[in-house]
Design a binder for this molecule. Structure first.
Ligand SMILES: Cc1cc2nc3c(=O)[nH]c(=O)nc-3n(C[C@H](O)[C@H](O)[C@H](O)COP(=O)(O)OP(=O)(O)OC[C@H]3O[C@@H](n4cnc5c(N)ncnc54)[C@H](O)[C@@H]3O)c2cc1C
Length: 478
């Protein structure tokens, strides 16, 4: 019997996990001798759910691939090891302690790391992070935060630096635990890359109503003696703080690629086949840069994983990745937020429609060009978002009165046809697919997750899965 080619996957995060799933599905586990080397101690988990670990959930509750899954599928899993570099000429990866793993093909899925801004005093004289200062990217980070902020240890003053998606999600977790929470945000609009000023204001009001204080300003210094005592802003204001979490963005992890002589810019450069400058090496997920773009949401990572698995698994060798149309449809601290395309008019002729319901805390903004949806911002309205995503994705014409799209039930019934609206944005699952799965016997959320993948990303659509099950009178919806 001839030996199968060796396929090495570097990194075992969400992109790698999806790639392996898809590869196994198309028979890739028989085609290749697969080895996965991951720096973290366990099998893959849903990183998006880390705030739950901070809130007290056990690591098992967010694990998506226990060690047994790899064994059952004949995949060798190497944990707690870091691939330093690839020796492309020899087809070998150098891992942690000088050990090597041979490969014929390699997939880099090294993700991103959390970025910490250069704030004075953030490190001790010995160069270690000041006690009480945290990041949140890995399970280890989540468990460390949990230990420090366990409500059993009393009420803490927690500052979250960064009012983006992750920062607000964490702030909500901490406030629910009874802590006193301040979000420090540079600039004057929360989530300013996804929301315009008005949308940011509506979100800030919703967040304030939860008991989260929002302070706008640049964090300039960590004030500490033995441990963190306060954060200082650049205008001199001081925020007393027992625990600080920096949720200030991410940077693609390109160090392994760079050390291997593979071309990098912000991310690892890939073509439409997701191949890097080294013909035997591919890259997917947040570490990859395609057509000048790196992504920070999971949906594009999943799309790339699917394309690469089709190519390497042989189910569609001609598959190509053409970039992702990013629609961020998220639940931020319990508030529905969606953002797609530009958030302001780009050309003078672009039409802008804004609808604000102050008392309900609902805001929608549509940017329309030549009768089609170019961009949208939605805060506090989960229902019309699905229709907007559909219009944005398909490029279908808007109704003559664009506000009709925002009505419930929709006054514009033609959008994409019945059931075509996207229910799960992370996995691109339509309402119709979910309905079909229920009809075929998926009568619980867990079964729907398994049969359609809806709800396995950020989880914000799970309530809609429950609604769909209830509509069908499914007996068990848990
Ligand atoms: C708390 C949190 C909340 C989030 N919420 C959302 C959300 O609501 N919606 C959304 O779309 N996205 C969200 N994201 C982003 C989402 O998690 C990422 O888009 C996704 O995890 C990217 O997958 P990836 O595999 O590219 O990278 P990762 O999941 O980061 O995995 C990369 C893995 O590679 C390992 N690695 C790196 N280099 C090496 C090496 N040289 N050798 C071995 N192993 C290595 C890393 O340790 C890591 O385990 C969130 C992220 C966080 C942290």
């Amino acid at each position: 019997m001839t030996a199968r080619p060796g396929l090495l996957v570097v990194g075992n995060g969400m992109a790698a996990e999806r790639f392996l799933d898809e590869l196994v599905f198309v028979g890739g586990a028989e085609r290749y001798e697969i080895t996965v080397v991951g720096e973290e101690p366990t099998g893959a988990y849903n990183r998006i759910m880390l705030a739950r670990v901070v809130g007290g959930a056990g690591p098992d509750e967010i694990t998506t691939k226990p060690a047994g899954w790899y064994a059952v599928n004949g995949i060798r899993l190497v944990t707690r090891r870091w691939v330093q570099r690839l020796d492309l000429a020899r087809g070998e990866a150098v891992i942690g302690d000088g050990e090597t793993v041979g490969f014929d093909r390699c997939v880099l899925a090294t993700g991103s790391s959390a970025w910490m801004p250069p704030v004075a005093g953030i490190r001790t004289a010995e160069g270690v992070r000041q006690a009480g200062v945290h990041l949140l990217r890995t399970m280890e980070d989540g468990l460390a935060l949990r230990r420090e902020t366990d409500p059993a240890g009393g009420r803490r003053r927690i500052s979250v630096v960064g009012g983006g998606l992750l920062g607000l999600e964490l702030a909500r977790t901490f406030v629910d635990q009874g802590h006193r929470v301040t979000v420090l945000h540079v600039g004057d609009t929360l989530m300013q890359t996804q929301l315009d000023r008005l949308g940011g204001t509506v979100l800030r009001d919703a967040v304030a109503a939860m008991g989260i204080e929002v302070v706008f300003g640049q964090t300039e210094a960590v004030l500490a003696r033995d441990r963190l005592e306060a954060l200082r802003l650049d205008d001199g204001r001081v925020v007393p703080t027992d625990t600080a979490v920096f949720a200030t963005g991410t940077r693609p992890r390109i160090e392994t690629a760079a050390a291997s002589g593979i071309e990098v810019a912000r991310g690892i450069l890939v073509d439409d086949r997701l191949t890097t400058s080294a013909p035997t090496v591919s890259a997917i997920g947040e570490c990859a840069e395609h057509d000048g773009v790196t992504y920070g949401l999971v949906a594009p990572c999943f799309e790339q994983a699917g394309v690469l698995a089709a190519i390497l698994g042989g189910s569609d060798p001609e598959a190509r990745y053409r970039g992702s149309k990013v629609c961020a449809k998220l639940k931020v601290a319990g508030v529905d937020v969606a953002s797609m395309g530009p958030i302001e008019a780009v050309e003078d002729t672009d039409e802008v429609v804004q609808v604000i319901e102050e008392r309900r805390g609902v805001y929608r903004k549509l940017i329309i060009r030549d009768g089609r949806l170019l961009g949208a911002v939605v805060v506090g309205d989960g229902e019309s978002t699905a229709r907007l995503v559909q219009l944005f994705d398909s490029g279908e014409r808007m109704p003559p009165n664009p506000v009709d799209v925002l009505c419930s039930p929709p006054a514009f019934a033609r959008v994409g046809g019945p059931g075509s609206a996207e229910l799960c944005n992370c996995n691109r699952v339509s309402e119709a697919t979910v309905e079909e799965a229920i009809g075929a016997g998926s009568d619980t959320v867990e079964k729907l997750r398994a049969s359609t993948r809806a709800g396995t990303g950020c989880g914000s659509c799970v309530s809609r899965l429950v609604e769909a099950l209830e509509r069908h009178g499914a007996l068990s919806v848990v």
